[in-house]
Design a binder for this molecule. Structure first.
Ligand code: FAD
Length: 379
């Protein structure tokens, strides 16, 4: 069986890895740029299963379990130092309490913490502002470049062909099947096609008449000079401030700061938002006074490939028998990488996803209107 995967980001590489591990001998991944050059190498490397939909909680809990297994198997790096969702308003705590009850149904051990325990979890937080928090001890972060490079090398070792600088310009259908992808280097034939091209999946699938509701929403993380101070949680989220400003400290000691900002969709990847620095820093300084003296050193920008219900689009693309999609991760595709690989491989090889709840996330839901809401999207 020949499989062509379009997109060498975290999703495409995990799909290719899983197919190769399951015995598919001829797997090719093409990318219009270099591997990871889409959203993947622009992400913060944070992970959690403390979401608000059963689909996200179940799938991401499984994905984190797999990341931890791969930490041992492939020598990846991951730290589970927890997410601290900080409340400034007492009424927010009731919402957090309900959310913890929801998480416990799925074995995710989030807990409500009072202001005293918040100080134990992160003594540098401003006690005059914080009334309590929700803590997710299983959440964490990972160094993305290190882990992505290790995954890339493993995929190559498994015999997958990864072909950079090869853009798919259109898919070629015949009846109920796709027979080839036309690329900037000529046509590529295959028996099955997986489109894992982030927001560009929309344009690729439009060439076979399939409408995929993904919007590219710009995101802007700011990176400070490195500091010796170490934040204890992997991520601190200012949940009661619009745009949920958040901060983590990366493996080099730099603080990484971000906030959901008003922006035009499809704004150029080369644009910058230096004007946003005060809007991000002001609430975070109030929360964490140690940020008062930090210098922002650099900045990058990337897109969340956002769907209307903030969940990925997985699985078969009707009416085609051999076309699959894995896109629209809405800011969560890095943490979902391992489960994405297994889901798409099982759809291709077994005709169904290995975790049943993933059936709720096919393209079909936009036709039937059965959307699956996620309320806890950060940044
Ligand atoms: C600022 C920021 C912070 C984030 N933080 C987190 C986080 O902390 N945790 C988390 O889990 N997620 C996070 N994300 C989201 C995460 O980065 C994405 O969900 C994930 O990387 C999606 O991976 P992907 O492989 O599906 O897509 P991408 O990484 O975008 O890969 C798609 C690939 O397809 C290629 N491509 C596009 N069009 C074509 C074509 N026509 N032909 C061939 N190739 C094509 C692109 O070049 C690209 O390499 C963040 C995203 C951003 C922008």
């Amino acid at each position: 069986m020949r499989v062509l995967v379009v997109g060498a980001g975290i999703s495409g590489l995990f799909v290719a890895r899983e197919l190769a591990l399951r015995g598919v001998k001829d797997v090719t991944v093409v990318d219009s740029g270099y591997p990871g050059g889409g959203a993947t190498l622009r992400n913060l490397g944070c992970f959690r299963s403390s979401f608000t939909s059963p689909e996200h909680v179940v799938l991401i809990k499984e994905s984190i379990r797999e990341w931890l297994r791969l930490r041992d198997e492939m020598g990846l790096s991951l730290e589970q130092r927890g997410y601290l969702w900080v409340a400034r308003k007492p009424e927010t705590l009731e919402g957090f309490r309900k959310l913890t009850e929801f998480h416990h149904q799925f074995g995710v051990p989030t807990r409500l913490v009072d202001a005293d325990e918040v100080r134990l979890l992160e003594p540098r937080l401003n006690a005059r502002v914080v009334v309590g928090a929700m803590f997710d001890p299983t959440a964490g972060r990972m160094p993305i470049i290190e882990n992505f490079v290790k995954l890339y090398l493993e995929v190559k070792r498994l015999g997958v062909r990864v072909v950079p600088y090869t853009r798919v310009t259109r898919l070629v259908p015949r009846g109920s099947r796709v027979t080839a992808a036309e690329t900037s280097r000529g046509p590529v034939e295959a028996d099955a096609f997986v489109v894992a091209a982030g927001g560009d999946s929309r344009d690729i699938l439009a060439t076979v008449g399939v409408d995929v509701p993904i919007t590219d929403v710009p995101r802007h993380p700011y990176v400070t000079e490195p500091y010796a101070e170490t934040l204890r949680p992997a991520l601190i989220i200012d949940w009661d401030t619009p745009g949920s400003p958040h901060v983590s400290q990366n493996e080099h000691g730099s603080f990484v700061l971000a906030r959901d900002l008003e922006d035009a969709p499809r704004v150029s990847i080369y644009s910058h938002r230096a004007d946003a620095i005060p809007h991000i820093l002001k609430p975070l300084r109030e929360l964490l006074p140690l940020l008062s003296g930090v210098n922002v050193l650099r900045y990058w920008m990337g897109y969340y490939d956002m769907t209307p219900d903030h969940h990925p689009i997985y699985g078969p693309v009707e009416p085609y028998e051999n076309l699959y999609v894995a896109a629209g991760f809405s800011g969560h595709g890095m943490m979902m990488g391992p489960v994405t690989g297994k889901l798409i491989a099982s759809w291709i090889l077994d005709g169904r996803p290995h975790i049943d709840v993933a059936r709720n996330l096919t393209l079909e839901r936009f036709k039937t209107g059965r959307l699956v809401k996620e309320l806890a999207v950060i940044g």
